[in-house]
Design a protein around this ligand. Structure first.
Ligand code: XIL
Length: 346
């Protein structure tokens, strides 16, 4: 098709893609990123362990490279992510003597970090995933050094610090599993709390690590509507649709033992995707986009978590070493049938 995704959806929402560090120097990938997408997110290049390695000295090299790239390409940048319970350098939470920091010390460190990093790219970022994945499925606060040392208000502090560092950047709360009623309620309460306190929050990011059956479309529809009603934008921030079976919780553990037969069941398409499943993937994406389009006044961006199946994290999550087909471009970088289907929708 002659049209690009970003043009097809220009009146509806931004179309984004996550880029891994090595994608930036792969011209086949940057060409597609330029043609089809107008927004980029760093898949891991802007996470804390990437920019604050063991040395304790900031490494801005890749982020600088990303901003150099978008200066030419014109993509919007979404910063991902300031506060998360993963990708944390351990020393961050200790003083020089190796003692665990106290609340005030860690708050200061967080503020300085956000000032340094957000401040460095001030005016160049559309918005930040300020806090990522802060809640459990039961709606409680997820355990992390941030929660443990600072307390529940680490979230609002992070939003305040980000706003101080770049007053014009949009600020997002990002999470997965938001169709879950209790988790959703916790995020609704968070948005209300921030708004009541006058702390800026502009959008809720719904990650969108989906499958051919999860989530239920009706629940997704209601979830988007619920957040939209709060007066924040909604973004689908990390979309991918796995075609593989989702292993049980006991099979996902780090020391899980999975039999050879079971592995074949869990990895049914090691060589190529059968046509029938390809068609299911296409119609699943079409159905999802119909829900997004229904809420186009609230949904401001849909970002795919990668460009080609060959580099998708879904090949290694929730278990490692499978062959998945979750994205828009196949392993030879050809557009899959789903691309044409999405182009026809709006
Ligand atoms: C994942 C990346 O895709 C991987 O490459 C990396 O090793 C781990 O993180 N939720 C998020 C993303 O917010 O940052 C995660 O990305 C996927 C789950």
């Amino acid at each position: 098709s002659a049209m690009s995704l970003k043009d097809a959806y220009k009146n509806e929402f931004l179309i984004g893609v996550a880029l891994a560090n090595k994608d930036l120097t792969n011209s086949s990938i940057t060409t597609i990123a330029n043609n089809e997408f107008n927004t980029v997110t760093a898949e891991f290049g802007m996470k804390m362990t990437s920019i604050l390695p063991e040395s304790g000295v900031y490494n801005f090299a890749w982020t600088d490279q990303l901003f150099g790239f978008v200066k030419k390409s014109g993509h919007f940048v979404v910063g991902h992510t300031l506060v998360w319970h993963k990708a944390l350098p351990e020393w961050l939470f200790c003083d020089r003597m190796g003692q665990k920091l106290k609340r005030d010390q860690l708050l200061l460190k967080l503020q300085q970090h956000i000032n340094t990093y957000v401040g460095r790219y001030r005016g160049q970022v559309l918005g930040w995933d300020v806090v990522n994945e802060a809640f459990n499925y039961d709606g409680s606060f997820r355990n992390s050094p941030w929660l443990e040392i600072i307390g529940e208000d680490y979230i609002e502090k992070a939003f305040e610090f980000a706003h101080q560092a770049d007053p014009n950047a949009e600020l997002y709360y990002n999470d997965y599993g938001l169709v879950n009623p209790k988790k959703q309620a916790a995020v609704v309460a968070l948005v209300k709390r921030l708004k009541k306190k006058g702390i800026p929050i502009h959008a809720v990011g719904i990650q969108g690590h989906y499958s051919l059956t999860y989530p239920d479309l009706n629940k997704l529809d209601k979830t988007i509507a619920r957040f939209a009603k709060l007066g924040v934008k909604v973004m689908i921030t990390e979309l991918d649709v796995s075609v593989l079976p989702f292993p049980g919780v006991e099979e996902r553990g780090e020391d899980a033992v999975i039999s050879a037969e079971r592995l074949i069941e869990l990895n049914p398409y090691p060589n190529q995707l059968p046509d029938e499943i390809q068609q299911q993937l296409t119609s699943r994406y079409r159905d999802l986009f119909c829900v997004f389009l229904k809420h186009q006044s609230a949904v401001s961006r849909v970002t795919f978590w990668g460009l080609t199946d060959s580099r998708s994290w879904r090949n290694n999550w929730p278990i490692e070493g499978r062959t998945d087909y979750p994205l828009l471009f196949d392993r030879a970088l050809n557009a899959k049938p789903v691309v044409d289907a999405l182009l026809e929708l709006p």
